[in-house]
Design a protein around this ligand. Structure first.
Ligand code: 6PG
Length: 228
């Protein structure tokens, strides 16, 4: 369950570094999965500036909130605003989770679409509770082995149903990139990247299968790591 820790001075520097890695992946092409939340916004903007042509990319999401695509809580809406609408050449395909559908129906549709997909890059965040994508502490989906996407109960705000990739799909990547910033995440970072894997900290169970796992942190988020 090894992870390469990269600690940078502040949140903006870490986000820009993530943007460089996103741009590199877009240039070489393949399947890229984006994270939701707020941390990736500057990474997206940086990637769009560094690489405006995403024609070699098929875009996915690690999770989505079950809301319409124009809703401000939508992870798709955030990526459209901070990345897709800023590109000169859009991705070859955008595989949006249809959050406006019934959650089970949206999850089944996404599960079917993901069959046979190997991610070139999977960008993930981390919540203060240790969740990643929409895999929350002690969620049954943490032990899902068949389905690649499932409906999930929210563990934090926004309190709407979610659709999330499951651990086998999140790990099916050449590179899993966690972008985590802020003091409020320091304890979750320690549990996710230095403690043994545990259902109380879902991110501790996600590492690239036959690939690299990177945790890109700012100093406050890394402040409780013994190894740093
Ligand atoms: C979501 C995300 C979620 C997010 C973390 C961190 O849909 O909410 O995919 O897993 O990455 O909650 O969010 P912040 O970056 O906003 O702290």
């Amino acid at each position: 369950m090894s992870v390469d820790l990269i600690v940078l001075d502040d949140a903006a520097t870490a986000a820009r570094r993530a943007g460089e890695l996103l741009a590199e992946a877009a240039r070489s092409g393949g399947h890229i999965a984006l994270s939701g939340g707020t941390s990736p916004e500057l990474a997206h903007e940086t990637a769009a500036t560094l690489e405006p042509d995403w024609s070699a990319v098929e875009l996915w999401w690690g999770d989505e909130r079950c809301v319409p695509p124009e809703d401000e809580r939508s992870n798709y809406a955030m990526a459209k605003r901070t990345l897709i609408d800023r590109l000169e050449v859009p991705p070859a395909r955008v595989h949006r989770v249809r959050g406006e559908l019934d959650p089970e129906a949206a999850a089944s549709e996404y599960d079917a679409a993901l069959r046979g997909v190997r991610l070139r890059l999977n960008v993930l965040g981390l919540g203060p509770d240790g969740h990643t994508a929409s895999l929350f502490p002690h969620a049954p989906s943490l032990h899902e082995r068949e389905r690649l996407a499932v409906a999930a109960e929210p563990g934090l705000d926004p309190r709407v149903m979610r659709v999330t990739m499951t651990p086998p799909m999140l790990a099916n990547a050449d590179c899993v990139l966690f972008l985590v910033t802020g003091q409020e995440k320091a304890d979750a970072v320690r549990r996710a990247f230095e403690e043994p894997a545990d259902d109380a900290t879902p991110a501790s169970r996600i590492r690239a299968h036959d690939g690299q796992t990177i945790a890109l942190l700012d100093r406050p988020a890394a402040s409780r790591l013994a190894s740093i």
